[in-house]
Ligand binder design. Structure first.
Ligand code: NAD
Ligand code: UDP
Ligand code: UDP
Length: 315
């Protein structure tokens, strides 16, 4: 039998980012346990991995305790799209807080290194632009996005308390908007919504006037950043921003997708959801300096690959 390098647990492994991460970890010769409750993720994202003897799929909800023996944990379990995390907000908080406590308790017992998929949402509707890790954020604690934003902030607190109190090896990555193949077509996030609408020649739904900005990172770049971060020295806990610093308005994104998909879609404007951040762009100097990492795939190329994925999926 081939010697595997490490035994690794990926929570949320059936989701968009988790499925790409499992694939990369297997390619690098690791033994992977992919855990998911299939709330937003799906077995089809990892179907091509199920035959691999070093891949194990486990149906489990991280709000319940978990007893496994691994060397590393990547904690990605949590719905990421506003539509899904607002569907059952109490459950979202439980996943972020109880889930983090369980995964940290597990990491503590087995002395595993643990990565937390945190988010740019910890900055809320930012008053500082672009956002460096030193910025504490501008977050509404009682709004409709709070279950996610405050849940993720509390998870960061828990990670740093376990680090200080129990000397856990932690890695907190603040992920900015990431897109690519394996996004759920019904996810409700902007890139998947616009591509599916464009491919079906249905109107593109812009919320607000489309002048709000986001910075979109292609999934392969993000996964590379996460892996470099996990491999970095134990003294580098983060938080570290992982994202693409090139910023676009949502209107620019819509036009580019219509263009690349060769679509006849029109654009319609719908009400802006409550607390929708005006702007978002990572300051990635820390990741560049400590991980020698920066994104390589531009928006045009990344969108082309994502459009191709959705074309095959919808066919
Ligand atoms: P996703 O919804 O595709 O994946 C999340 C996965 O977690 C799904 O497979 C879902 O079924 C699973 N899950 C949810 N609750 C669970 C629970 N209680 N127990 C077990 N599994 C559970 O989203 P994604 O984009 O792949 O995001 C993955 C992680 O990265 C999330 O933690 C998200 O907050 C974070 N993140 C993503 C982005 C992004 O732009 N994609 C940005 C910032 C942070
Ligand atoms: N836990 C787990 N798997 C383990 C160890 C702990 O799921 O292998 C859970 C356990 O349910 C506990 C949580 O992690 O509630 C926090 O564990 P910790 O040891 O930090 O706290 P304590 O058990 O002392 O409350
Ligand atoms: N958005 C939009 N139309 C859509 C979906 C989203 O205009 O069909 C907007 C949304 O209001 C936000 C931006 O696109 O301003 C990014 O939304 P997403 O849900 O993808 O991510 P987040 O707001 O969490 O960054």
């Amino acid at each position: 039998m081939k010697q595997t390098q490490k035994k690794i647990l990926v929570t949320g492994g059936g989701g968009f980012l988790g499925s790409h991460l499992c694939e990369r970890l297997l390619k690098e010769g690791n033994d992977v346990i992919c855990l998911d409750n299939f709330f937003t993720g799906s077995r089809s994202n990892v179907l091509h991995l199920l035959d691999n003897p070093f891949f194990e799929m486990m149906r489990h909800d991280i709000t319940f305790p978990l007893y496994v023996e691994v060397d590393e944990i990547y904690n990605l379990a949590c719905p990421a799209s506003p539509v899904h995390y607002q569907f059952n907000p109490v459950k979202t908080i439980k996943t972020n807080v109880h889930g983090a406590i369980n995964m940290l308790g597990l990491a503590k017992r087995i002395r595993a290194k643990i990565f937390q998929a945190s988010t740019s949402e910890v900055y809320g509707d930012p008053a500082v632009h672009p956002q460096p890790e030193t910025y504490w954020g501008h977050v509404n604690p009682i709004g409709i996005r709070s279950c996610y934003d405050e849940g993720k902030r509390c998870a960061e607190t828990l990670f740093f308390d376990y680090y200080r109190q129990h000397s856990l090896r932690i890695k907190v990555g603040r992920i900015f908007n990431t897109y690519g193949p394996n996004m759920n077509p019904d996810d409700g996030r902007v890139v998947s919504n616009f591509i599916v609408q464009a491919l079906n020649n249905r109107p593109i739904t812009i919320y607000g006037d489309g002048s709000q900005t986001r910075s979109f990172c292609y999934v392969d770049d993000l996964i590379e950043g996460i892996l470099r971060f996990m491999a970095s020295g134990d003294d580098f806990t983060g938080p570290v921003n992982l994202g693409n610093p090139t910023e676009f308005t949502i209107l620019e994104l819509a036009r580019q997708i219509i263009d690349l998909a060769g679509s006849g879609s029109s654009i319609v404007f719908e009400p802006l959801p409550e607390d929708d951040p005006r702007q978002r762009r990572p300051d990635i100097r820390l990741a560049k300096e400590r991980l020698n990492w920066e994104p390589r795939v531009g928006l045009g190329e990344g969108l082309r690959r994502t459009i191709e994925y959705f074309e095959n999926l919808l066919r």
